[in-house]
Design a protein around this ligand. Structure first.
Ligand code: ZN
Length: 355
């Protein structure tokens, strides 16, 4: 038993995961938050480390009154079902006695700092979560586990092994993108490896080289690591035609203009960039304000609508545009806040005038 309260970030309600779960279950996002609170509280009261027997899954569905609630949370990557246990990811950062002590201490320090200095640092979030970014389909996950012998490719820890002073969580395996997902690393088998939770946290959004880890190789000695094919191979058809066609590869099938792509890929509410898109997580992690992200999307649409460029996956192109700051709409001030550039202010004014 860890106490009578759990940590709840006030921004939780706006997290893309909440919306994804709400969409999957066709219920109100606020209802998702309420039901999640019940689940988190249950884990806090009944587990030491956020790991429950798999039988807890159907119990949890009854607790929330929705069959499939756990599966929807698993699909959002806030929970994992490894066939034996139900694991609440991020548990040790949000629940549990030590987390609470840490948060209380951090809060006291932050209050003290803001009283004494009033600097921007004290407004920084007290905790961060590190989770796997995407939901890797279970069959792929299984193939990776089998291929890598259910051991961490970086430290060779076998699944389930944990040392004195570590928790059971440290012995769990996760899937690591060798080329980080946030840098266009692909979800394909040649970019995925098994990795223990401590190695995954340590490596974070770095390549093995950047993290000082030995680069994992396949059985032929070839290094793992690949980038998303939708970005790397989606050559515009026009450009291709202009070139001498003796040497290049064919343009990908299904490459379309942005207008066609939007037409064919909107959800029921007219959104092309779906709420589950990894760009929201990227924006959250890098602190890009939501209104700037939406300004960026509208500017992107304006720029490419009357352009002949064709890609198979315009969402991936947009992600690159944001990550690599193609449109130069903002800059980061010394205090870490995002500010619009002249181009950004112009885009905003132009869109305001057009609206
Ligand atoms: Zn490891």
């Amino acid at each position: 038993m860890a106490g009578d309260w759990i940590k709840f970030d006030i921004c939780t309600s706006d997290k893309p995961e909440i919306w994804a779960i709400a969409e999957a279950l066709n219920i109100d996002p606020d209802a998702v938050v309420g039901k999640l609170l019940r689940v988190w509280a249950w884990f806090d009261q009944h587990t030491e480390d956020g790991i429950a027997p798999i039988s807890a899954k159907s119990m949890m569905d009854r607790l929330t009154g929705i069959t499939g609630f756990c599966d929807a949370v698993i699909a959002s990557d806030w929970m994992r079902d490894d066939g034996i246990s139900l694991v609440l990811l991020g548990f040790d950062k949000h629940n549990g006695k030590t987390a609470k002590q840490r948060i209380n201490t951090a809060r006291r320090v932050a209050n003290h700092k803001s009283r004494n200095a009033g600097n921007a640092e004290s407004n920084a979030p007290l905790t961060q979560t590190h989770q796997e970014r995407t939901c890797i389909p279970r069959p792929i996950r299984k193939l990776v586990y089998e291929r890598d012998g259910s051991a961490c490719v970086y430290c060779q820890r076998k699944e389930g092994e944990y040392a004195a002073g570590e928790t059971r969580r440290d012995g769990l395996l996760s899937i690591d993108h060798v080329i980080p997902f946030t840098r266009n690393g692909s979800d394909s088998l040649d970019n995925l490896v098994t990795c223990c939770i401590p190695c995954n946290s340590y490596k974070s959004d770095r390549t093995p080289d950047e993290a000082g880890l030995s680069w994992p190789v396949n059985q032929n000695g070839k290094r793992y690591g690949s980038v998303s094919p939708s970005v790397s191979s989606a050559l515009p058809k026009e450009e291709k035609r202009r070139e001498d066609n003796t040497k290049k590869k064919p343009a990908p099938n299904g490459a379309v203009s942005l207008a066609r792509f939007i037409e064919a890929n909107q959800d029921s509410q007219g959104r092309t960039i779906l709420i589950t898109d990894p760009i929201f997580k990227y924006a959250e992690e890098t602190g890009i304000p939501p209104e700037y992200l939406s300004l960026c999307w509208r500017t992107f649409v304006n720029k490419y609508s009357d352009n002949r460029k064709k890609y198979t996956d315009w969402r991936a192109v947009f992600r690159s545009a944001v990550r690599e700051n193609w449109l130069k709409l903002w800059w980061i001030a010394d205090d870490g806040s995002y500010q619009l550039t002249t181009a950004g202010k112009q885009a905003k004014l132009q869109q305001g005038a057009a609206a």
